[in-house]
Design a protein around this ligand. Structure first.
Ligand SMILES: [Zn+2]
Length: 250
């Protein structure tokens, strides 16, 4: 009983959620925490402000959580779908994970911290997951951050390219020089990369594109195939005269 309360508190679970069963397998280096809610519990509608909707049915789900010492930890719960008078049947949002993810929010935070410091494949090796699962998490949070970012004040853009592997797989980076920050990255190093960047920069949700300034690029032939952080290559960039030639790449 005490263990269930301990893990309920450690997970930060709020009523009606609680840990109802614990399975610990030292040989298998695994901890499984089963979460549940009391019969008759009601949940807020994810689509509106109705706070007490009855449960329609449930779907069993599992999430990888932060390791418990050297043991992999998993949460299991039957996630309810509620019936909202205004919006119909919808699956509720659980507080420990985002919808459609097989990882808890805390585990995703760990993954993001790891992939900021090392290649995704290396991070996947550390946590014992396939890298495709990590890429899905990474793409989600990168897109989320890009949705929030405003490029309205962009006035000077630098273009640099580097190889994504040892070979000829080039990636072009578009950098907001004054700040500096990477605005956009895309495969290739030809002129079409500029078109893709322009389309991304002028997406309606981004607001005005910014005024004045010009487009810069690094010196021809400076490509060295290094993998330094994009923001560290600002010293490679130098102004070019304005005009169509200035936005050429390659
Ligand atoms: Zn509703």
């Amino acid at each position: 009983m005490y263990n269930r309360q301990l893990f309920t508190a450690a997970l930060g679970l709020q009523s009606p959620w609680e840990v109802v069963r614990i399975e610990f397998d030292p040989q298998g280096r695994r901890l499984d925490l089963h979460l549940d809610f009391a019969r008759g519990s009601r949940f807020p509608c994810p689509e509106g402000d109705e706070a007490r909707c009855p449960v329609h049915d449930t779907e069993q789900k599992t999430w990888r959580h932060l390791d418990f010492f050297q043991h992999q930890a998993y949460l299991h719960a039957r996630v309810p779908r509620i019936t909202c008078p205004a919006h119909g049947v919808h699956q509720v949002k659980v507080p420990w994970a985002r919808p459609e993810s097989g990882f808890t929010l805390l585990f995703e935070a760990l993954l993001m911290a790891l992939v900021c410091q090392m290649p995704v494949r290396a991070a996947a090796g550390i946590v014992g997951e396939h890298d495709t699962r990590l890429w899905r998490v990474l793409h989600h949070y990168v897109e989320k951050a890009r949705e929030r970012s405003s490029h309205a004040g962009v006035s000077q853009v630098g273009i640099d390219d580097t190889s994504s592997r040892r070979g000829q797989d080039y990636v072009s980076l578009f950098v907001d020089i004054p700040r500096p920050r990477v605005l956009y990255a895309t495969p290739g190093r030809d002129a079409s990369t500029v078109g893709r960047f322009a389309a991304d920069l002028t997406r309606p949700r981004r607001g005005p594109r910014g005024r004045g300034g010009g487009v810069h690029r690094h010196e021809p032939g400076l490509h060295r195939g290094d993998r330094g952080a994009p923001t560290e290559r600002g010293d490679h960039l130098r102004p070019l005269p304005p005009g169509p030639a200035a936005v050429g790449c390659g």
